[in-house]
Write a protein that binds this ligand. Structure first.
Ligand code: IVH
Length: 706
């Protein structure tokens, strides 16, 4: 790019005045330029030119191509779908997040699922809850957006908030109507469902692939994923994919009052739904259906990995809402894990980011449920001792869903004569420091802390992982590479990488496995993450016990990094208000508080965090939609038995309105909602002269603003 040879024409030259050679060069320039703007717009959200200017670039490209059809490039912006191949798909933000489902394995998990729903809704133990049960297809979820009955966009699930634009690819998937049939569909209708490959189609595809020396897929799910996520939509078109509908996202009008009605409507509008579906009224009916589907599983035309149960009434779904990333009103009941036998070659020790040592079984590779497995977790040394697992044993392994494969048992008949029990390793295999077990702890930990390279690398991997900084192009392999080259030792280094590279005698683009484009893409992806949400940052720090949910809770409670750090400093004094406030946050107990405070008190962590914060623009956590609610920003305590709302529903509702829900009464409490049989908390609230509400008064109070 940027060459100024005679063949290059300026933007001012009209298409009709270009020579053939100039046209060729100009088309190349436009392809590059438009690609760059696509990436700026779709991937980095930082467009450099107006939409009108962008359109005029595209029009110029089209006009030149119309004059010189033989010069149309393979990567021309006029034939490219979505983003340019090398740059990947463009992104689509889901206006309603695409969530996943909680899992049930045992029958009791299903009973507990229903009990939890009854408790949440404040219903009696015997209250009937109708549930739709349908097979869980093993494919990829996909969202189809229709406006005025026309298919406008299609997106993958991605990370749940943002997916990839697969509009072009989805056109050839069976079961995706381009225009809706029937009547009565809402103007805006986003249908969600599964894209998958039928088993017979999968076999035929693999035969064809084999014949022409192409890639052989391990199972239909992988084949479907590999086929749908093709940058070249003509490849997708040659792969037999199917779509079944089972859920929805943004809709301008309700789709019905029950799941059963929605299923009927979806069918009328031209979608295929997931059969057989059955409305069940009790646990017994649910489990009977699960048994039937399990028995019919092998004969199904496609792979299924369980049965999904969903509360039938949509008004109840609405009340139940979500926990973290999954709805309270649905659950996936998985089929039992698949098992296989193989040889355990060696037991090695893996060091995690908190120094925990995990024994790992290295296996002779074997296919289990369509996936090749060569490693399985052994959990900890007690587990090895309990099952007496030894190197050289033949073992039974199993894998269920996305869970890490496990060693179930040893086949003692096959044990070699010279076999020896596993010996516990008392030093860290990575740094040689002592590895010790605290009393009451199942895990052994490396005491090397900051000098242990394995821990540092694991912490960095966690820092850039999907739910943390999520830096594209900076995965486990790259983190290790940069760590070994001493370019990234601590999180802040990531954001100085581009600067350092610019001054380096051996820049990244000249190193094995890297090129100009991949290096630039990486620096752009890092740059895009300088601005980060507070909850992601907290999660990324990898503090023990602080997962995504707690990170979000902390972000919500303290609002900004400064306030969080300041509070943590003050809370180190266990007599302080700050400490009381911290352990009063519903969801944070004393043990968690200990780990949090220890993290923020550690001098090295403070330095690492200062160094990192200087590189970032951390977004404050903003509580949305709640500003005009009478309880926004207030602290509420619920005590006693609530009649209309279940306790969890009351809490969820208050939080949705911007309130903080605390577990105990203090002078910081604003409101106390007193149910029946309330005890000491209600008394304490009265003593402190706080505002007390009955449940009914509370409901009126929070609905006051409509
Ligand atoms: S309902 C809020 N129904 O399973 C999510 N999901 O593990 C509502 N899936 O991401 C999903 N068959 O891709 C639903 N009949 C079915 C399904 C189904 C397959 C997938 C879906 C989801 C995943 C969760």
């Amino acid at each position: 790019m940027g060459d100024k040879s005679e063949n290059t024409a300026s933007m001012a030259t009209q298409p009709e005045d270009l020579s053939e050679e100039q046209a060729k060069a100009e088309l190349a320039r436009l392809a590059d330029e438009i690609l760059r703007h696509d990436a700026l717009y779709h991937q980095q959200d930082t467009p450099e030119i107006s939409d009108a200017d962008y359109d005029s670039l595209k029009r110029r490209n089209d006009a030149i191509e119309a004059r010189f059809p033989e010069l149309v490039r393979e990567d021309s912006p006029s034939v490219r779908v979505g983003a340019e191949p090398a740059a990947g798909f463009s992104k689509i933000r889901h206006s309603v997040p695409m969530l996943s489902l909680g899992n049930a394995f045992a029958d009791e998990d299903v009973t507990e699922f229903l009990a939890r729903i009854r408790r949440f809704l404040g219903l009696g133990e015997d209250a009937e809850i109708a549930v739709l049960a349908e097979p869980k297809i093993d494919g990829l979820s996909c969202a189809l957006r229709y406006e005025n009955g026309k298919l406008m966009h299609a997106a993958t699930r991605g990370d749940g908030s943002t997916g990839e634009d697969i509009t072009a690819n989805v056109q050839t998937v069976t079961g995706v109507p381009k225009t809706l049939s029937g009547t009565g569909w809402p103007t805006v209708l986003e249908i969600r469902g599964e894209v998958f490959m039928r088993r017979d189609d999968f076999r035929q595809l693999n035969e064809r692939q084999e014949a022409r020396g192409g890639k052989i897929f391990a199972n239909p799910r992988n084949a479907a994923a590999g086929s749908l996520r093709q940058l070249d939509a003509t490849i997708t078109a040659s792969r037999p994919l199917t779509f079944y509908a089972y859920a929805w996202g943004e809709v301008s009008e309700p789709l019905g009052q029950t799941m059963m009605q929605v299923r009927e409507n979806m069918t009328r509008w031209g979608f295929t739904i997931n059969e057989p579906g059955r409305l069940c009224e009790s646990v017994e009916e649910i489990l009977a259906f699960y048994g039937e589907i399990g028995a019919a599983r092998a004969e199904m035309p496609h792979d299924i990995d369980g049965v999904v149960y969903k509360v039938d009434r949509l008004d109840l779904q609405e009340r139940l809402g979500f926990v973290s990333r999954a709805p309270r009103w649905a659950i996936a009941h998985k089929f039992p894990a698949e098992q296989a036998e193989t040889l355990l070659r060696e037991i090695t020790i893996q060091v995690g980011r908190t120094g925990a040592l995990t024994p790992v079984a290295n296996l002779e590779p074997i296919t289990v449920g369509g996936v090749v497995v060569s490693r399985a977790t052994l959990h900890n040394e007690d587990e090895i001792a309990r099952k007496d697992i030894r190197e050289g044993d033949r073992v039974v392994i199993q894998r269920a869903g996305d869970v890490i494969p496990q060693v179930v048992s040893v086949l003692l008949d096959h044990r070699p004569k010279d076999s020896e029990p596993f010996k516990v390793r008392e030093v860290c295999p990575e740094c040689g420091s002592a590895a010790i077990r605290e009393t009451d702890e199942a895990v052994r930990r490396c005491t090397g802390g900051l000098i242990c390279p394995a821990q540092s690398v694991e912490r960095l991997k966690h820092f850039v992982s999907r739910n943390a900084f999520d830096i594209e192009g900076l995965g486990d392999k790259q983190v290790k590479f940069f760590f070994e080259k001493e370019l990234i030792k601590k999180p802040g280094d990531i954001f100085r990488l581009a600067d350092k590279d610019a001054k380096s005698l051996t820049p990244l683009r000249k190193q094995a496995g890297w090129g100009k484009q991949s290096a630039e893409n990486l620096f752009a992806a890092i740059e895009a993450r300088r601005q980060i949400s507070l909850d992601r940052l907290i999660f990324a720090l990898g503090i023990r016990q602080i997962g995504q949910t707690t990170a979000r809770l902390l972000a919500k409670t303290y609002g900004s990094l400064e306030k969080l750090r300041d509070t943590m400093d003050r809370a180190n004094d266990r007599e302080s208000d700050a400490y009381e406030e911290l352990i009063n946050v519903d969801g944070i107990g004393p043990a968690m508080a200990d780990d949090l405070l220890a993290f923020f008190a550690e001098q090295h962590n403070r330095e690492v965090l200062d160094d990192l914060a200087a590189e970032l623009a951390v977004e404050d956590y903003v509580v949305e939609e709640a500003s005009d609610s009478p309880v926004s920003g207030k602290t509420v305590v619920f005590t006693g038995k609530l009649e209309t709302l279940g306790r969890s529903e009351a809490k969820a509702k208050a939080e949705a309105l911007g309130a903080k829900v605390a577990g105990s009464v203090s002078k910081k409490t604003d409101f106390v909602v007193v149910g029946t049989d309330a005890g000491s908390k209600a008394r304490k609230a009265e003593e402190l002269g706080l505002t007390l509400f009955s449940e009914l008064e509370w409901l009126e109070f929070i609905s006051a603003e409509g």
